[in-house]
Design a protein around this ligand. Structure first.
Ligand code: FAD
Length: 442
C-alpha cells in the first residue's frame, strides 16, 4: 500500500485526497493535514443579514476538470448553479463613466468603449513575442494598447489584484479566460478550448464544496495538524508535525502556499527552486461587502443590466483609489441576497497598495471610493470587510519557465510534489489535483 501525505486542505489538497481515497482505496492510503481549524483555505463563505459574503472566490468554472464528478459524488448536484448571463459582461470605468464591455468583437465595436484608434488596434497582426511577455504586452500585441490598458488591465485587477504590465502572460491568459468565460474569446484567443459551461456557485455559497469534501474524507482529514518539516529518509519521507509527532510517507504532496512548501522542504530542495518558491510575490486584498437599496444605485447597476465593474489602473490612479473592482453579486446569483437590495462585493488593495493602512481606515476609505466611482446616491452600508493577507499570487514574466524548472529540481526529491505554482485559480487547482491523483494511482 502506497502511503501519501497531503499537506494543506485548500480546495487543491481536498480534491486530491478525495480522488485518492475514492478511486485508489486499497492501493493508496492517504492522510490530509491542515494547520487551520477548518478546511477550504481561501474558499470561505458566510451568511450575514440574509446576504452571502464570499470572502474568497465568488465562482468556479462549471467545466473545471473533474468538477461535475465531484459535485455528484458529494451530493451537491441540486445546489450547483450557473451564474446569470451578467457574469459574461462587464462595466468598465473610463473617464469617470461606465462603458459596456460585451462579449464578442462586434459588440465591442458598438460599445463606445474604445476610440477609433483603439478599435483599429483590435485587428493588429499578432506577430511573435520577443521573449517572456507581460499580460499587457501580450494583449497590446494582439489587440492594441487601448484594449490592453483598459479592459485587460481592469480584468487583471479584478481577477489577480495585479497590474497587467507586471503579470506573466503565459500563466495569466489561461487563468483570465477561465474567469471571464467567453468575454475574451473574440479578441484574445489563446488556442485553448473555450469553457462553455460558464461560472458557477452553490445555493449556499462556495464553501459547501470544501465542507462536503471534508465530510466525505472523515478521519483522513486532520484539522489543526500543521506540518513542520519534510525530511528524506532512506526509503521515503518523514513529515514532522507541529505537535511533535511524525508521519512516514512514500509520497508527500505540498498543497500549501509556495513559500511554505519551500520552508517545509528546507535543505532537501535545491537553492534555485527554494528561491523561486519563496520569491513569488503575493498581494494582500481587502474584501468588502456593501449593501444598499436598489433605488440608490444608478439604473445600469440594477438587476437586468448590472454586471461586474472593472477599474483599470489609469482610472484608479486618476481617481486616487485602491479599489480593484466591484461585483454586484445578486446580478450573478439573485438568491445570494434579499430582493430589492444591491450587494456590492468590492476588492481593494493588491498592487494598488494600502496593505499597511489599518483595516478599519482602509474599509472606510474604500467604501467612500466605491460610492464616488459608481455614482451612488448614498454611501452603502459596510456589512463586512476582511483583509486577505498575502492571498493573491502575482505571477511575474518568466514564471511559467521557472515553474517548469521547479519540476526539474524536484527530480532530486523523488516522492515529493508541489502544487499551486501554475496558473492561479480554482479551475487549475482541480486540473492539477486530478492529474496528480492519476499519477499517484499508477
Ligand atoms: C479574495 C480572493 C478571491 C478569489 N477569487 C477567485 C475566483 O473568483 N475564482 C477562482 O478561480 N479563484 C479565485 N481565487 C483564488 C483561489 O481561491 C485559489 O486559487 C485557490 O483557493 C487556491 O487553493 P489551494 O488549495 O491551492 O490553496 P489555499 O486555498 O491557499 O490552501 C492552502 C491550505 O494550506 C494550509 N497550510 C499552509 N501551511 C500548512 C502547513 N504547514 N501544514 C498544514 N496546512 C498548511 C492553509 O491553512 C490552507 O488551508 C480568489 C482568492 C482570493 C483570496
Amino acid at each position: 500500500m502506497k502511503r501519501v501525505v497531503v499537506v494543506g486542505a485548500g480546495l487543491g489538497g481536498l480534491v486530491l485526497a478525495h480522488r485518492l481515497r475514492r478511486d485508489a482505496a486499497g492501493r493508496v492510503e492517504v492522510v490530509l493535514l491542515e494547520r487551520a481549524g477548518r478546511a477550504g483555505g481561501a474558499v470561505r463563505s458566510e451568511w450575514l443579514d440574509g446576504v452571502l459574503c464570499e470572502h474568497g472566490p465568488l465562482t468556479i468554472p462549471g467545466d473545471a476538470p473533474g468538477l461535475r464528478a465531484l459535485v455528484d459524488e458529494t451530493g451537491l448536484a441540486r445546489a450547483f448553479r450557473p451564474a446569470a448571463e451578467a457574469a459574461q459582461r462587464r462595466w468598465v470605468l473610463g473617464r469617470g463613466r461606465l462603458h459596456g464591455f460585451p462579449a464578442g468583437r462586434g459588440a465591442l465595436f458598438a460599445s463606445g468603449m474604445l476610440s477609433v484608434r483603439g478599435l483599429l488596434g483590435l485587428d493588429r497582426a499578432a506577430g511573435a513575442p520577443a521573449g517572456d511577455e507581460t499580460l499587457r504586452d501580450h494583449a497590446a500585441r494582439r489587440a492594441g494598447r487601448q484594449f490592453a490598458d483598459t479592459l485587460v488591465d481592469g480584468l487583471a485587477a479584478e481577477a489577480f489584484g495585479g497590474e497587467a504590465a507586471a503579470l506573466d502572460a503565459a500563466t495569466c491568459v489561461p487563468a483570465l479566460r477561465e474567469r471571464t468565460g467567453r468575454l475574451l474569446d473574440a479578441v484574445l484567443p489563446d488556442g485553448r478550448q473555450t469553457l462553455h459551461a460558464g461560472l458557477h456557485s452553490f445555493d449556499l455559497g462556495m464553501q459547501v464544496l470544501p465542507d462536503a469534501l471534508a465530510a466525505a474524507l472523515g478521519p483522513v482529514l486532520r484539522l489543526r495538524t500543521g506540518a513542520r518539516a519534510v525530511r528524506k529518509q532512506a526509503a521515503g519521507w518523514t513529515v514532522a508535525l507541529q505537535g511533535g509527532d511524525a508521519l512516514v510517507a512514500d509520497h508527500v504532496v505540498l498543497a500549501t502556499p509556495p513559500a511554505e512548501a519551500a520552508a517545509l522542504l528546507g535543505p532537501a530542495l535545491r537553492d534555485d527552486a527554494a528561491r523561486f518558491l519563496r520569491g513569488i510575490p503575493h498581494a494582500t486584498v481587502d474584501v468588502l461587502h456593501l449593501v444598499l437599496p436598489e433605488a440608490d444605485v444608478p439604473g445600469v447597476l440594477r438587476l437586468g443590466t448590472a454586471a461586474p465593474v472593472l477599474v483599470p489602473g489609469a482610472e484608479a490612479r486618476a481617481a486616487g483609489t485602491t479599489v480593484l473592482g466591484v461585483t454586484p453579486t445578486r446580478a450573478l446569483f439573485p438568491h445570494h441576497g434579499p430582493r430589492d437590495t444591491v450587494v456590492l462585493r468590492a476588492l481593494a488593495g493588491g498592487a494598488r497598495g494600502g496593505a499597511e493602512e489599518p483595516l478599519d481606515e482602509a474599509l472606510r476609505r474604500a467604501t467612500d471610493e466605491v460610492t464616488l466611482l459608481l455614482g451612488l446616491r448614498k454611501a452603502p452600508r459596510l456589512l463586512h470587510g476582511t483583509r486577505c493577507r498575502q492571498a493573491l499570487p502575482q505571477r511575474a514574466p518568466g514564471h511559467a519557465h521557472s515553474a517548469e524548472a521547479l519540476q526539474g529540481a524536484l527530480v532530486a526529491c523523488p516522492g515529493v510534489s508541489v502544487m499551486g505554482v501554475g496558473p492561479p485559480g480554482l479551475g487549475e487547482a482541480l486540473r492539477e489535483a486530478g492529474a496528480l491523483a492519476r499519477t499517484l494511482m499508477t
